[in-house]
Design a binder for this molecule. Structure first.
Ligand SMILES: Nc1nc2c(ncn2[C@@H]2O[C@H](COP(=O)(O)OP(=O)(O)O)[C@@H](O)[C@H]2O)c(=O)[nH]1
Ligand SMILES: [Mg+2]
Length: 381
């Protein structure tokens, strides 16, 4: 059963970097992963790409051929991909039934908010058996300004309603947030989208008074849907990537698939085999569902920890991590030196043994000669 993520968000929000980071993380964990580049304007891809839309169509070709600008050409490319979905389907089949696929989308927001082609492609993928989640990246610095925050809330909400997938909104580049000065509220206010009426004051101070009613209307629109919340991401931080991965695994259902255990096809340790019972009565189901639906635990799982790590105590944490990396580097260097020294000793020992073995062979070589020697000794004596 193939799983996947539709990675969308504005240009520069970090989509391609996230795909590359996830590829590195999953490769280290030996989890399957393939990346499909669906951005025909992506000239230099940072990640190893399994399927590249530029084999089908490129932005430059469309611009040259039809005299379109970059935005029009991008819409044409997506419509062309939709019309030639068979091409994508064939290539995806080659990745196998257990593939985990990241779809790196172009940055034009209208593709995931109002244009229909991406929506139709996603529908076709879902029909063909893909379990997908949308991962919508928004640059975290937008939360430093109330009106920009409202605009990313609306954008995220619109993408959720348009794509109709399990949806994870992400504040990306959270490691840079400390650079933009103090936040008006704690980070969890923004990630959990708490009582937005607190923003009304900030909004009315930065906009003319005639917008006050509109601001209130926008705020209550977001609150009425009560759909938007944010995870956070600093792509180079392992625990941040792991927390996001757990949230996405829950959204697309990957967490419900027991991990294969080498040599044990019946499942992970402790699995009780009861295939004849209905699914809801199988003894493993409760454990599986309660761990999948329970709260996320571990370092950096809560917005308070993230605020401490990246905003309040960033310098102290950075210095601590540097010290830990240095220690780890020294340990690796020491271990390498010890390994080399042990190799040298083993080599020397092997050399001496070979020498000794050679003497023994010479000693044993000619017993007849020895007997003659002995006889000569006896006769001389
Ligand atoms: N500091 C920081 N920079 C990031 C992060 N993610 C992406 N970037 C940078 O943001 C820029 C745009 O990223 P890119 O992946 O090309 O964005 P895309 O247009 O959405 O694909 C690049 O310079 C990345 O190095 C992050 O988590 N932290
Ligand atoms: Mg990109």
């Amino acid at each position: 059963m193939p799983f996947g993520e539709v990675v969308c968000g504005a240009p520069g929000s970090g989509k391609s970097t996230y795909c590359y980071g996830k590829h590195q993380l999953f490769t280290a964990f030996q989890r399957p992963i393939s990346i499909v580049n669906l951005d025909p304007a992506n000239d230099s891809l940072p990640y190893p790409c399994a399927i590249d839309i530029s084999e089908l169509i490129t932005l430059h070709d469309v611009m040259d051929k039809f005299g379109l600008g970059p935005n029009g050409a991008m819409l044409y490319c997506m419509e062309y991909l939709e019309a030639n979905y068979d091409w994508l389907e064939e290539k995806l089949k080659d990745l196998g039934g257990d593939a985990y696929v990241l779809f790196d989308l172009p940055g034009q927001v209208e593709l995931s908010t109002n244009h229909e082609s991406v929506k139709h492609i996603v529908e076709k993928l879902t029909k063909s058996g893909f379990r997908l989640a949308a991962v919508h990246l928004c640059d975290a610095h937008y939360i430093t300004d109330a009106s920009k925050y409202i605009s990313i809330l609306l954008l995220s909400l619109r993408a959720m309603l348009q794509l109709e997938l399990p949806h994870i909104n992400v504040l990306s580049k959270i490691d840079l947030l400390g650079q933009y000065g103090d936040l008006e509220f704690n980070l969890d206010f923004y990630t959990e989208v708490q009582d937005l009426s607190y923003l009304a004051n900030s909004l009315s101070s930065s906009l003319p008074p005639r917008f006050a009613a509109l601001n209130i209307a926008l705020i209550s629109l977001v609150e009425d849907f009560s759909l938007v919340g944010f995870e956070t991401l600093a792509v180079e931080d392992k625990s941040s990537m792991l927390n996001l991965t757990r949230a996405i695994d829950r959204a697309n259902g990957y967490v419900f698939i027991p991990k294969p255990v080498p040599g044990n096809p019946s499942g992970p340790p402790g699995t009780v085999n009861a295939p004849n019972l209905p699914p809801s009565a199988r003894p493993n189901t409760y454990a599986l569902f309660s761990s999948a639906a329970g709260p996320l635990k571990g370092p950096g799982a809560h917005a308070r920890d993230i605020q401490e790590r990246w905003i309040d105590e960033k310098e102290a944490y950075d210095a601590f991590e540097k010290r830990e990396w240095r220690k780890e580097g020294e340990m690796i260097r020491d271990a390498e030196a010890r390994r080399k020294a042990a190799e040298e000793v083993a080599k020397k020992k092997e050399g001496t043994e070979r020498q000794r073995g050679g003497i023994r062979i010479r000693e044993r070589k000619d017993p007849q000669k020895d007997r003659l020697h002995n006889q000569m000794d006896v006769s001389e004596g």
